[in-house]
Design a protein around this ligand. Sequence first.
Ligand code: AGP
Length: 362
Amino acid sequence: DASDVEKGTYDHYMLKEIHEQPGVMRNIIQNYQDDNGELKIDKAIIDDVAKADRIYIVACGTSYHAGLVGKEFIEKWAGVPTEVHVASEFVYNMPLLSEKPLFIFISQSGETADSRAVLVEAKRLGHKSLTITNVPGSTLSREADHTLILHAGPEIAVASTKAYTAQIAVLAILSQVVATAHGKDTGVDIIPELGKVTTAITAIVDDAPKMEQIAKDFLETTRNAFFIGRTMDYYVGLEGALKLKEISYIQAEGFAGGELKHGTIALIEEGTPIIALATQEKVNLSIRGNVKEVVARGANPCIISMEGLEHDNDTYVIPVVHEMLSPLVSVVTLQLISYYAALHRGCDVDKPRNLAKSVTVE
Ligand code: AGP
């Protein structure tokens, strides 16, 4: 509860929570490791996840966006087919389920009514469930068969930041453990990789003034903004757009770079900000091609890329981390840019209009 958590030297909870992310990563590394440095997750959880022939991730908003990244881990590392669903849609339009489905509910609060409605139905059908939440003892945690805790500490700001990165980190660890259970060697040593992520996030929060400048340069007066990316970067773009719209009220949209030409490019005018993410080698050139297309129509491009990949005159270059984990780092730039955009537009950053921290109605 906000009354128990101090903002300390920060002007807003959101800014504090963004800055807490390196500490959250360290907490997760500590809590999911045993004394021998081996990954540690309850055997009962590993068994149930490893038994599943398909995983259904169900969540809302930012937690849904974390689920999209999680699907990549589970499929690419553990080799288990995975679907990600928006909870409020799933309730009314349930997909055909596999023979041995496992449900993963991702919820910072553990109280989201839309997600709970799916959990109730999954239980009625006799299926196994795992909740990944920041709140031990929350409704979704109590009602699911299993729980994994985010260890992010209380998140007060309506705009979720540290819970998103915590969700992705826990999903990465879970996927590695499930891969091992399936006898797969992913070639990824996740603990040191998360260590590199922690260092990279620290570098970005230390660079907050640069993000403030980017917010001023690209978002001070605009009425709209677009986020583009491909593969993992596309998912981060969706999260960047949600963050920006919920706190700054700028109409923002995230979409796959290749989709521009199928409609959205019609909206590009002189000066329209386009925030392009380029952290994935296999799509680095194609996303840059998309940037050229919008620049030719007058767009103002902000390119956020990763060291180690070919780049040229980019707006911000994040330190190099494992490609699959780049969302954990690139999103922090977008969180800070959104924060400063909202701040300079005079918005109530921690309590945006029309929104509640946990949505307990369907
Ligand atoms: C995030 O910034 C949002 N305020 C919102 O989308 C949130 O992620 C969503 O309501 C889900 O909440 P939960 O993770 O507590 O279930």
